[in-house]
Design a protein around this ligand. Sequence first.
Ligand code: FEO
Length: 423
Amino acid sequence: MPAAGLTKHAVELAPGVHWVGALDPHLRSFDIILKTANGTTYNSYVVRGEHGVAVIDTVKENFADIFFERLESVARYDEITTIVLNHLEPDHSGALPELLKRAPQAKVYLSSRAQMMLKALLKPSGGKPPEYIPVTTDDEVDLGGRTLRFLHTPYLHWPDTQCTYLVEDGLLFTGDIFGCHFCDARLFNDRVGDFRFSFEYYYAHIMRPFRENVLDALALIEPLALKLIAPAHGPILRHSPRDYVQRYRELAMPRLFNEARSEKTLIVFYISAYGNTRRMAEALAAGAEAIGGVRVSLYDLEGGESGIFTDLIEEADGLAFGSPTINADAVKPIWDVLSSLTTVNIKGKLGAAFGSYGWSGEAVRLIEDRLRGLKMRVPLEGLRIKLVPDSNELEQCRSLGENLARHLTGRMENRVVDMASLA
Ligand code: FEO
């Protein structure tokens, strides 16, 4: 974790293009949920043109002093004509209020969503507000012999995010995209330690839930001539930058290729203390399988850790969870899987719950609440069966499976309401 050895000066990426960011080697968790074994960096960049200077993103507020020191080593504040905000999260906008005070003449280029969010970040200071210019794909800023071109790449990982391309030099400033939490004062990917695990970990936790947006962004990025990728965290990617683009493409593509295109997938997770919930799961799975057009997978969570199912869950169309009720709750392996779903986009998937119980049977309702909280569709009432399911109750499980399959395949019969019965 070599953080020493870096001077307080800016670091040159290309003639007239500098890194003016900050190192945070001692950070061990980010946004509470991300582990950062190597700390992180907050990368900010300065681009000099013949008519002015652009600053692209800033740093976390506590690192403003070193940011300004590095910035002052390559530009005067009165030269700054342009501030680009690729992303507004406070680790990149923390020094912005002070920068705006020091360079009040600068115009601020940002996405239209960022402009809306900025009000919540920047409390009115009483001075003249800066000139904000919302930009989107192909909008440009001429710095004099150098052109900044914007790419609209929202939801990576906030609604505001965008990328900025320095056209003449082939440099792409990407915000959090292609970033990782890895602090190494050697800065460039061909000089720092092995950061592959950090790159993959960051993608899995930050970008993965937005796979469709990643693919949209790649469609804009892949045609560019790329000499270097300058993300907002971690190593600057000057050696084989396209490898990282390709890796994002691989990570964002569907992983399971053995399903017929028209086939839907239902995964049934269960855990069972005495075999009762297992029998329910097997009956439900058999019912779903019988409908046709649905590929059903059955997993006993006693035999696996939650993390290994992430890919399956991401690509499944429906998820059913079976848990006994112990101490008025679902059991821990079920909650482990459900809590792991925050890194996966499961909005709109079909969900269901079932389980055997001895006394009160709260598990099914609790699981259903969680599924709805994750914005899954839960159209069918879950099944709670007291202790050992008899043949009629197993038939109910089978019927639940059949109806889940019908929902997945669009063959659910419309319920006909007898108006007379409502009288
Ligand atoms: Fe690095 Fe989303 O902030």
